[in-house]
Design a protein around this ligand. Structure first.
Ligand SMILES: Cc1cc2nc3c(=O)[nH]c(=O)nc-3n(C[C@H](O)[C@H](O)[C@H](O)COP(=O)(O)OP(=O)(O)OC[C@H]3O[C@@H](n4cnc5c(N)ncnc54)[C@H](O)[C@@H]3O)c2cc1C
Length: 522
């Protein structure tokens, strides 16, 4: 029985903070994206005392801005990185089993316009199936022109020869992050959002980690045996908190996505364009009733938590989509644009293009109790976390324990249901009861926003701000920035009353969020 958070039910921030103060932690984890949450869960399930501190909201960084694929990585296969494809395909299988409510088996179609491509991709994708072995989500095959045209309404048919059909996983990244945070709590760990780590000092017992509660401005010192740096693109900044002389070690690459209405590509099958004008793959993925188009790979010199899409990136996606879609979207049709940053482990001293730098992860120890996670993918977060805890145990000379997360259901796991609110999984029943009992009407029915879904986000899913609710508990900001902006005042009013905030807080939340929505439109 865990002593810190008995029965795992505490999601009240004050209670969690009270439990965090004065405790001696085995692991203090800096960063609440895929890497940090995964490591927190791995360590908590092995019986360690775990505290995770996130500067903003869980998954506010890259982990809410992915292409939403749980995939082996067809592109990595083309690059000959069989090891990464194998590892990711296995992890895809575990995640599909442990978060059934969030990870779907998605059919992808690769439209073919010449016979050479047909041969290349049919064989390539057979190899992709074979690498996944018994964790394959289904066999790939070639389908003819007529069937392809029927399955891909909107796709260009001039010169179309057919398509290669294959299976991969598709998920909701931020919802998985929130569910992981809930699972960590259920396993006895503590996860605190809006806690900015501002200093790390070494001492005999391990490290003292200083963090400021962004809500109150109060500073705290937490004592941990080891510190995990899961800061994503900010890993170098986090390392510098412990060692001011630490040099730059990561390369940042931006990827953007455009979200458009399904009328541009109304297929239930995702489309994979194997070679764009810059030699990348481009996806059109059905997601929450819309289509996500992406992505790009742009090396950046600077990075910040809220990156902006470049004009050239938006044009690149629209121009490439136009080559494959009969009715191609224009800038005015874009409902939302989101940009994410890849924290890539760059091999030093080389001039590789960012798209060629491996997506494999690396763990770096500073030899003084800080372990940094570099690179990786959402798909492989569990394996990365397993490697991290193994490495800590080995290097710190702790008793070696065994990972149990391969078979651990993630909060919400249930046989997937159809419908708009499917992503709540096992929580859907109790939530729908609340909605029915309230007798109140929806704030936005098409996007599934109701006073009770907001209450649920605040009470059960650790949401603290308007953006937390409208970007990561519900994904409306990602799906339609104008629709998100329109309901912001009503949602803020509900939140203010739930959290006991005044009109000043409400006004500041609305204006900050409105500015954000504007910046998510091209
Ligand atoms: C465009 C794009 C598309 C992608 N698509 C896919 C895909 O389809 N499938 C897939 O498997 N992977 C995909 N990835 C990769 C995947 O999204 C990332 O590997 C993963 O999200 C990285 O997670 P992270 O936890 O390392 O980083 P992040 O999610 O960025 O988390 C780091 C966190 O650390 C916090 N932090 C930083 N400094 C501090 C501090 N001082 N105190 C407290 N907290 C701090 C930040 O606020 C942030 O929340 C994609 C990546 C990009 C950019």
């Amino acid at each position: 029985m865990n002593k810190i958070n008995p029965n795992g039910s505490a999601t009240d921030r004050k209670e969690l903070l009270q439990a965090a103060v004065g405790e001696r932690w085995d692991f203090i984890i800096v960063g609440g994206g895929a890497s940090g949450l995964g490591t927190a869960l791995e360590a908590a399930t092995r019986g360690y005392r775990v505290l995770l501190l996130e500067r903003f909201d869980f998954a506010k960084g890259t982990s809410s801005r992915s292409t939403k694929l749980v995939h082996g990585g067809v592109r990595y296969l083309a690059q000959g990185n069989i090891k990464l494809v194998r590892e990711a395909s296995i992890e895809r299988g575990y995640l599909h089993r442990n978060a059934r409510h969030l990870v779907k088996n998605q059919v992808f179609l690769v439209p073919m316009y010449n016979w050479w491509d047909r041969m290349k991709y049919t064989h390539g994708l057979k190899l992709y199936d074979w690498i996944a072995g018994r964790l394959s989500l289904g066999a790939s095959t070639f389908i003819g022109r007529k069937r392809t045209a029927g399955l891909m309404p909107g796709v260009k048919t001039t010169g179309l020869k057919g398509a290669v059909w294959y299976h991969d996983g598709q998920f909701d990244d931020a919802r998985l992050a929130i569910n992981l945070a809930q699972t960590v709590l259920e396993q006895g760990g503590i996860t605190l959002n809006y806690f900015n780590v501002t200093g790390i000092t070494k001492n005999e017992a391990g490290s003292a980690v200083f963090a400021v509660d962004a809500e109150t401005g109060t500073g705290y010192s937490f004592q941990g045996r080891v510190v995990i740096n899961a800061g994503g693109v900010f890993v170098d900044e986090v390392r510098r908190l412990a060692d001011a002389t630490h040099p730059v070690t990561i390369t940042v690459s931006q990827g953007i996505h455009l979200v458009v209405d399904r009328s541009f590509y109304s297929s239930a099958q995702a489309m994979m364009i194997p070679e764009t004008s810059d030699g990348r793959v481009l996806f059109a993925v059905p997601w929450h009733g819309k289509v996500v188009l992406g992505t790009t790979d742009t090396a950046l010199k600077e990075h910040r938590i809220e990156p902006s899409a470049l004009d050239s990136e938006i044009s690149f996606i629209l121009d490439n989509a136009k080559l494959y879609l009969d009715k191609a979207p224009t800038r005015a049709d874009v409902l939302s644009v989101f940009a994410g940053l890849r924290p890539l482990a760059a091999p030093s001293g080389t001039k590789e293009k960012t798209k060629e730098i491996s997506r494999s992860h690396k763990i770096i120890s500073d030899g003084r109790g800080m372990f940094t996670m570099l690179g990786g993918k959402w798909t492989t977060y569990r394996r990365m976390a397993e490697d991290m805890v193994d490495r800590v145990e080995k290097e710190a000379g702790w008793t070696i324990t065994k990972s149990v997360t391969r078979d651990l259901p993630i909060h919400g796991d249930a046989v997937p249901e159809d419908g708009l609110l499917y992503f709540y999984g096992a929580d859907l029943g109790p939530l729908m009861n609340r909605i029915r009992d309230s007798g109140k009407s929806w704030i936005s029915e098409p996007y599934g926003i109701h006073e009770e879904t907001i209450r649920w986000a605040v009470e059960k899913e650790l949401a603290r701000t308007l953006e937390d609710v409208l970007a990561r508990r519900n994904r409306i900001l990602f799906l339609d920035a104008r629709a998100a902006k329109a309901i912001a005042p009503e949602v803020a009013a509900v939140m203010a009353s739930l959290l006991g905030h005044d009109a000043g807080w409400e006004g500041a939340q609305v204006s900050g969020f409105e500015t954000l929505c504007d910046s998510w439109l091209p």
